[in-house]
Ligand binder design. Structure first.
Ligand code: NAI
Ligand code: MG
Length: 496
């Protein structure tokens, strides 16, 4: 067993943070590279952990394989569901602690973590707890003498590599459906935010899961993540993160033709037509890019406004941004809307895009610099009059930075909206019902929000077109993503 580390959270909660790797229901020492987890609010070190080495990844995969071949596969689906229900209740019991941990090492506001991420995680576990015994195949009569039926079977050992922007919720989106379908798991949390995932191991034990069903291996992407993605005894890789890393994971996964689900980057457009309810459009366009410090894969980071209402929109959007900017600060303060970016690397990256935007001639309506002198805070930054060739319009920034420009016709804005290698989400603002649905169809994206932004729901498929990913998470779609079909042909006759 590894020693637990005492952590005192800013809101007064104290807890024992497990360290090491969680394999076979025990915390064991890791042998890989060390990495440090920071508090982004203060730039202070929280803890230095040792990550999983390639040999550690082998150990975790072997544990997951033993569990898959053994005890776990012998459980009835209804028993898997019962374990998932138990786990959901433990998450609910520890909701305040888990939300505090995510707020601490990620920098997101506690109220978002508690009211958003952790509530969603609880619901996701309950949804898939209920789904465990409702996974069904089909029966197909192929002729009068033959019958075929299709079994939906688990894939086996699933490697899951998750990012830092919704640490616990990304775990929930991946772990819950994989377990409901009868798979076993090796989960690699992001090196910036591994604490709540490591703590989750305790809940796995308490819920009563057999050893090896869920294994958790913090570590660096290019070591532990890469080893997991390329491992010959892993059957699936599910990943959320950047498109560049998604591409490299896909290459690693080619080693044994793993099943893959990739949920990658985006540069999603909001389209505001002149017949939109302007105040509503401003509100949703603002939250669509500024929520979670702009660190959302579906962030609507390009806004196209019809020329007739462009100036009015800019004035209202700037006003809204100014008002929200008064609520930058300590994530644990109840009024805080915007905390710090997750890491020094992300902080530097976002600031360099802001510089790039200024150099390229975009007009700064708000922000344009870091906020304060401590931590990784950035002023919400609004660029107007941007053009399609600018880097800030083309590339994912993943920060509180938006590029606004105008259009005159529907055809023009659809062409602009689709002029990107990404295709994750899009928002359309109009009061005309036919226009809304027509435009929704023409947008090349996995998700479209009408008079809204940032929507996701555990029952609805989540994922992207083009370079935004492969496959879908959540809903019934995730059950397909974590099973494979086996066709069984039955001969009812006697003739060849
Ligand atoms: P990343 O995509 O490199 O990291 C995400 C996860 O992948 C982490 O767990 C990391 O350890 C792992 N990883 C990294 N390299 C790997 C490899 N070669 N093989 C296997 N696993 C690997 O993202 P990063 O570096 O944290 O952020 C860079 C950019 O990615 C952000 O600025 C943002 O644009 C984008 N991003 C998108 C997210 C989304 O929700 N789609 C989430 C996080 C980042
Ligand atoms: Mg990276």
């Amino acid at each position: 067993m590894t020693a637990a580390f005492k952590i005192s959270l800013p809101n007064g909660l104290n807890y024992d943070q497990p360290t090491g790797l969680f394999i076979d229901n025990e915390y064991v020492p890791a042998n890989g590279e060390k990495f440090t987890v920071y508090n982004p609010t203060t730039d202070e070190e929280i803890i230095t952990l040792q990550g999983a080495s390639e040999e550690d990844v082998d150990k975790a995969v072997a544990a997951a394989r033993r569990a898959f071949d053994g005890e776990w596969s012998e459980l009835e689906a209804v028993e898997r569901g019962a374990l998932l229900y138990k786990l959901a209740e433990l998450i609910d019991r520890d909701r305040k602690l888990l939300a505090s941990i995510d707020s601490f090492d990620n920098g997101k506001s506690f109220s978002d973590a508690y009211g958003g991420d952790l509530l969603e995680s609880y619901n996701v576990f309950r949804y898939y707890a209920g789904a465990a015994d409702k996974i069904t195949g089909k029966t197909i009569e192929t002729s009068h003498k033959k019958l075929a039926y299709v079994l939906q079977e688990p894939l086996g050992v699933c490697g899951q590599i998750i990012p830092w922007n919704y640490p616990f919720m990304m775990l929930a989106w991946k772990v819950a459906p994989a377990l409901a379908c009868g798979n076993t798991i090796v989960l690699k949390p992001a090196e910036q935010t591994p604490l709540s995932a490591l703590y989750f191991g305790k809940l796995i034990v308490e819920a009563g899961f057999p050893p090896g069903v869920v294994n958790i291996i913090p570590g660096l992407g290019y070591i532990s993540g890469k080893a997991l993605a390329g491992h010959m005894d892993v059957d699936k890789i599910a990943f959320t993160g950047s498109t560049a890393t998604g591409r490299s994971i896909m290459k690693s996964a080619a080693s044994n033709l793993k099943n893959i689900t990739l949920e990658c980057g985006g540069k999603s457009p909001s389209i505001v037509f002149e017949d939109a309810d302007l105040d509503q459009a401003v509100k949703w366009c603002h939250s669509g890019i500024m929520d979670n410090m702009g660190q959302v894969c579906t962030s609507t980071s390009r806004i196209y406004v019809q020329d007739t209402i462009y100036d009015e929109f800019l004035a209202k959007f700037t006003e809204k941004t100014k008002e929200a900017a008064t609520k930058i600060g300590d994530p644990f303060h109840e009024d805080t809307y915007q905390g710090p970016q997750v890491s020094k690397a992300q902080f530097d990256k976002v600031l360099s895009y802001i510089d790039e935007g200024k150099k390229s001639g975009a007009r700064v309506l708000h922000g344009g610099a870091k906020h304060g002198d401590k931590g990784y805070f950035i002023q919400p930054t609004v660029f107007a009059d941007t053009t399609e060739d600018m880097k800030i319009v083309k590339e994912e920034i993943f920060g509180p930075v938006v590029a606004i420009s105008k259009f005159s016709t529907e055809a023009e804005v659809i062409a602009k909206a689709n002029d990107t290698s990404y295709g994750l989400a899009a928002a359309v603002f109009t009061q005309k019902v036919t226009k809304a649905h027509k435009v929704a169809r023409k947008i090349q994206a996995g998700m479209v929000f009408i008079n809204s932004s940032g929507d996701s729901h555990f029952g609805i498929p989540f994922g992207g077109y083009k370079s935004s990913g492969i496959g879908r998470e959540l809903g019934q779609y995730a059950l397909d993503a974590y099973t494979q079909s086996k066709a069984v042909h039955v001969n009812l006759g006697t003739e060849l």
